[in-house]
Design a protein around this ligand. Structure first.
Ligand SMILES: [Ca+2]
Ligand SMILES: [Ca+2]
Length: 319
């Protein structure tokens, strides 16, 4: 599945850390893998940006309650919004009050954790009426692929292409398994809880039936779970997402990554979406939809090739 040079390089890094110890060695990082010619070639073939990468270190298990603290995620990789994020909507983010976020990623051996601390001045459906776009009167139907618009609201969209290094091909449409999954968290609706309950939803009509069915399976089998903590007085909400490695991180066909495996690069992308008042969405779409590693390539409207960043799964711990 991986090229032999890739595996040798990964094994060498693990072994050299074991022998020499990685402490105090500022020149070595698991992300050195990104300099491996075979990795560069595979990532390029799969439409992944080597400049967008993060490490999922192995860390301590956080309290899975939606409350996100710096202490709980001090052993995770941190990210935050900056101008390198790609805005997919016409409207620019106006201020840090309008939309701003910090996030963290790590794994704990059994689960991958994503945590978000999001500032948003107007929480859709909470501080606004539950207004609907004229073109999408059924946007809040949950559990139907054709009519529902799972992304409509304040939301987080998660894309994973865990077999990227195995398949080394661009992805036009997602299938909801190791060949790329696209799935949505919404602050005010969910597949399992319906309207008013935050949580996960299968992606809608823009994605394949296969993705929809696999999204449902992920939600119902708790491969993906979320917890939300709202801080209304501060116009903030926090979200923890956990994804089971066994069942979720499929790096080869029916082969799921575990910390016993060599370091592994997967395709990863994230979007944070913001809906405020009707006046802020003149086209009836989201007000903001900002992407970590970009959106679909404009040059390829036929196959809708997706952009990826890279997330490196490693058994190493952050120092
Ligand atoms: Ca806002
Ligand atoms: Ca909002």
């Amino acid at each position: 599945m991986f090229s032999s040079s890739f595996l040798k390089r990964a094994s060498f890094l693990v072994l050299s850390c074991y022998i020499a110890g990685c402490q105090g060695d500022d020149t070595s990082s698991p992300l050195d893998l990104l300099e491996d010619p075979s990795v560069i070639e595979a990532a390029t073939k799969a439409n992944a940006k080597l400049s967008r990468s993060m490490i999922a270190w192995q860390g301590d298990t956080p309290s899975f309650d939606g409350r996100v603290s710096n202490k709980e995620y001090s052993d995770a990789s941190h990210f935050s919004w900056n101008e390198e994020w790609i805005e997919a909507m016409l409207q620019e983010i106006e201020s840090k009050e309008d939309l701003y976020f910090e996030g963290w990623v790590k794994h704990v051996g059994e689960h991958l954790y994503l945590a978000f601390d999001i500032v948003d001045d107007i929480l859709y459906g909470i501080e606004t009426e539950r207004w609907l776009p004229p073109q999408d009167p059924h946007a809040h139907v949950t559990g139907e692929r054709e009519r529902g618009r799972p992304w409509f609201g304040d939301m987080i969209e998660i894309l994973l292409y865990t077999r990227l290094m195995d398949l080394q091909v661009p992805i036009g449409d997602v299938t909801g398994d190791g060949r790329a999954i696209q799935i949505i968290y919404n602050l005010t609706k969910s597949f399992e809880g319906g309207i008013g309950t935050p949580g996960m939803l299968p992606h809608g009509p823009g994605r394949s039936v296969e993705n929809f069915e696999n999204n449902k399976r992920w939600i119902l089998e708790d491969i993906i779970e979320t917890k939300t903590h709202r801080i209304d007085a501060e116009n903030r909400y926090q979200v923890e997402v956990r994804i089971r490695l066994d069942g979720g991180m499929e790096i080869g066909k029916n082969k799921f990554w575990s910390p016993d495996d060599p370091d592994s690069l997967i395709g990863f992308n994230l979007s944070i979406g913001d809906v405020d008042g009707r006046d802020k969405s003149p086209d009836g779409l989201l007000y903001h939809e900002t992407w970590w590693a970009g959106k679909l390539t404009n040059e390829d409207p036929e196959t809708r090739v997706k952009f990826w960043g890279l997330l490196l799964l490693t058994a190493q711990q952050k120092e």
